[in-house]
Design a protein around this ligand. Structure first.
Ligand code: SF4
Ligand code: SF4
Length: 447
């Protein structure tokens, strides 16, 4: 590249989709499947030529020593292993001596075997494994093309990761099937899957009056029906969508378990991100004041503003024609990022937890605010609930950090408070249940 745009960001987090949106399973809530309609006459597979252009530009664009090469989909393992071997070689070809490259790979786990996991281990890939909870929850929406649950096959993949000691974390969607089961889901990941890093993503599928019925059936090809292309439009939601309040309650349910036992041992992305926000640092675009540094790259080199906005209106260009950094520094992308801040509702602007939440992701801003203003986050009630509920504990952990103490010291503070509770006291999570059958169910409490 001849010249970097003067005001280009020093780094960004690009998600590359080497097999486009194609997947070997058919999760009912996955609207990414419908994006195949954007490239109707193509077999969505990234060519080696595009791979080389992508990696070269990515490395040229970063002025920070850390660079992430992030693969996701669709299902990236639909590309052959040879493709990723080649990607590692290309990284070595173009990497500057001061650049450290982290490879990440988001997968449903079905195709993982010894060969894949040996490769991941050898090159320190960090794997994100998609699991929605124990079998009865996971198999509700994560189905194969014949409509069968995929839990057993995912667990087979998980065993290969464990066998080869590959670093992995769990990506779990929060949806209508698990929204009341936060603690069960969390315990399953911690105790059964032995993970110490978990990311929760709310399922919010928008629809209009015209599309709701077909959207409720799922986003893959429906026999005899016109396929919908999912776009971020409509103020209705599908029946799989998590409730706004329930999303917050789910996070609180997990938090109340985590804060008693696992601080410093298990990392839950939303909790890390929230604690960092108390120091004015925003690790995740969703709760940062502005965004625009998480573009998505399609198999053919088309670059979009964000993985959630892979739709014609948000296409920035193609990296074969324009360098990706020029696209990321373009006025169109800057506006996309600043709109997040510029379109905050009056309710958000005066909100007590605005510094932590920043109105959430624009894709979810399709509800009415308390003032009747359009553009409020659909998840607002739950976000507010979560941020307010966790405020005392987060403040304590922030104080501990300020004193150069470990935030995990909070576990002892909770234990000493819990020791004074009676079994019939109301649980601290706000569920309305008594403590001994809720978050105190496996603690020693006074009789
Ligand atoms: S639109 Fe949402 S997911 Fe995309 S970059 Fe902005 S905050 Fe992040
Ligand atoms: S909690 Fe609700 S009102 Fe407050 S900043 Fe977040 S979305 Fe806006």
């Amino acid at each position: 590249m001849n010249q970097l745009p003067a005001d280009a960001p020093p780094m960004f987090h690009l998600l590359a989709k080497p097999s486009g949106s194609t997947c070997n399973i058919d999760c009912t809530y996955c609207f990414f499947l419908s994006k195949e309609a954007l490239y109707p006459n193509e077999k969505s597979r990234m060519s080696l030529d595009t791979l080389e252009v992508y990696i070269k530009q990515l490395l040229e664009s970063h002025r920070t020593p850390e660079v992430t090469v992030a693969w996701q989909g669709g299902e990236p393992s639909l590309m052959r292993l040879e493709f990723f071997k080649r990607s590692v070689e290309i990284v070595e070809k173009y990497r500057r001596s001061n650049q450290n490259v982290q490879h990440t790979f988001q997968t449903n786990g079905l195709l993982l075997d010894d060969d894949w996991c040996r490769f991941f281990k050898k090159h320190n890939f960090l794997i994100g494994l998609s699991v929605d909870g124990p079998r009865e929850i996971h198999d509700k929406y994560r189905l194969d093309r014949r409509g069968h649950g995929t839990f057993d096959k995912v667990m087979k993949g998980w065993k290969f990761l464990l066998k080869h000691k590959v670093d992995f974390n769990i990506l779990c969607t929060v949806n209508a099937a698990n929204q009341y089961r936060g603690r069960d889901v969390y315990r399953f990941f911690r105790d059964e899957l032995k993970t110490n890093w978990i990311q929760f993503i709310p399922i919010v599928e928008r629809a209009t009056e015209d599309t709701l019925e077909i959207a409720n059936k799922g986003w893959s090809e429906q026999p005899g029906e016109k396929r919908l292309l999912y776009t971020q439009t409509g103020s209705l939601v599908t029946e799989r969508t998590v409730g706004g309040r329930q999303y917050g309650q789910f996070l609180i349910d997990v938090f109340e378990e985590w804060v008693r036992k696992d601080v410093g041992e298990v990392f839950v992305q939303m909790f890390d991100v929230t604690l960092e926000a108390y120091f004015g640092r925003h690790l995740l675009c969703i709760h940062a004041p502005s965004c625009g540094y998480g573009p998505a790259l399609e198999h053919n080199g088309d670059l979009y503003s964000c993985d959630h906005f892979v739709e014609p209106k948000f296409k920035l260009g193609n990296i074969h024609e324009t360098h990706m950094l020029d696209l990321i520094a373009s006025p169109q992308q800057r506006k996309f990022g600043m709109d997040k801040y510029d379109t905050l509702t009056a309710q958000c602007k005066r909100c007590e937890v605005k510094q932590l939440c920043n109105g959430g992701c624009p894709k979810d801003r399709f509800a009415l605010s308390r003032d009747g203003e359009e553009g409020q986050n659909y998840l607002c009630e739950g976000l507010e609930l979560f941020y307010k509920h966790t405020q005392p504990a987060m403040r304590t952990m922030a104080q501990l950090l300020n004193q150069n103490l470990a935030p995990s010291d909070i576990v002892k503070l909770y234990a000493s408070d819990d020791a004074k509770r009676k079994p019939e006291d109301l649980c601290t999570c706000g569920s309305g249940k008594i403590f001994s059958v809720c978050h105190g169910d496996d603690l020693r409490i006074s009789k």
